[in-house]
Design a protein around this ligand. Sequence first.
Ligand SMILES: Cc1cc2nc3c(=O)[nH]c(=O)nc-3n(C[C@H](O)[C@H](O)[C@H](O)COP(=O)(O)OP(=O)(O)OC[C@H]3O[C@@H](n4cnc5c(N)ncnc54)[C@H](O)[C@@H]3O)c2cc1C
Length: 449
Amino acid sequence: MQQMTLGGSSIGSEWQSPSDLDWPLGSSREAARKRLDGFIANAGRAYQTHRNADRGEGRHVNVSVLSPYLRHRMIEETEVLEAVLAEHAESAAFKFVQEVFWRGYWKGWLEHRSLLWPEYQRQLPQCLSHTQQDKWAGDLYERAVSGATDIPLFNEWCLELKQTGYLHNHARMWFASIWIFTLRLPWQLGADFFVRHLLDGDPASNTLGWRWVAGLHTQGKTYLATAKNIRTCAEDRLIGRSDQELGLNRLVSKAHQVQEYLPAKALQKTEIQWPKPEQCEGDGYRCNRGKTALLVTEEDLTWYPDNVDVLSVAALSASPRSVLAPASDLVQGFVHGALVDALGRAGAHYGKTEEAAQTVAVAPKPLEETELVSFFVAQQIDQVVCAYAPIGPARLRLELLGEQLAAKGIELRFCMRDYDRMIWPHATKGFFQLGKRIPEFLRTMNFVQ
Ligand SMILES: Cc1cc2nc3c(=O)[nH]c(=O)nc-3n(C[C@H](O)[C@H](O)[C@H](O)COP(=O)(O)OP(=O)(O)OC[C@H]3O[C@@H](n4cnc5c(N)ncnc54)[C@H](O)[C@@H]3O)c2cc1C
């Protein structure tokens, strides 16, 4: 294997070709598969050794950059895990596998606290106006989101985020830490800024990632960015620049205690209304109840049930990610493109035979709620099946859509992925509780012996 040299420094002889990173990221399943195929060889020990390095814009070859695809399930966690474990021993791929389970952990954890995210959203406008009322804080907020603070490295991350829709995990942690502890801005506004600009912007991973940095997830355990840990992990991109030039001399050396503004009720555990499994045969439940349509949402772009006769396919348009402002053009373009791609794939999946191609109706584009109701009514649909949407804006819209459809005599039914059903019950406490079961999960999925 060759020694790869990028930007003047080596990232180790165990690396396979890092040339598969295409920026901006393509928003199709084909692009997701290409990204996975290009990364698999590096998901073992090489990932374990080099994953912490933030190499800078467009050079994140040491991590998978699969998050935008996993976020919208343009590629499934199970698919990624299976591909990686087919190439690497469990022990060699352990770190990467664990990271993939972190996503499921945050999703499950938020699902067990269904009031947290809506309450955070409800408080956001007030949080913004409160910040803007204070001249100093309002000005600082504007400079922070424009990449114009007096911490040049923070500004670089801000611009990278806006330009590419991606930041390395450590850059996210440092950015959030500086935002909260050095700039003393509310974590709520930082999380909102992130979710509007990250291609992978996710109500669970993002909201809870920010709360984790702030010390609100694990009580009293804050994450403090220091010049030392930034230099250790971002060494490559910082070479030749002093702490003063980067603004690292301005970072605080102590984290203050962040106040919890969410009411106790929003933090309380709630029951998950477990819907039917993804393949619902065998439990006495009849899947075919008259004419069935599939509804695709941005929460799961690869769910095509084969135990129902799908006669129509439609997609719910992209949901607003924030109550404060629209997502960036980059994010909007990515999600819309992903929905269009999924609609096309679902149409092709159910219209495989010549006969089916004649009978399966596919909506021409992602639709708003009222358009969806009209579409399903026109198709004389009895039930609409949809992959379970976890906590977030799409879920809220689906709940209302369910009522609108019910008023027309159409049932909206959700089915849950086996993967979520398997791991979410273990996502109620810290990650450790879930993490220790990973070998068991992998055996259950038959990915290891
Ligand atoms: C403040 C903050 C905000 C974040 N916001 C998001 C977000 O909105 N959406 C999002 O997907 N991730 C978020 N993360 C988690 C993590 O930073 C990204 O998932 C990761 O950097 C994505 O890059 P990658 O695909 O190259 O990761 P890799 O290192 O290649 O990891 C593989 C996959 O594992 C999952 N993963 C890895 N680390 C984490 C993690 N800490 N938490 C959850 N899943 C993880 C992702 O799906 C990722 O694609 C956030 C982290 C922090 C600290």
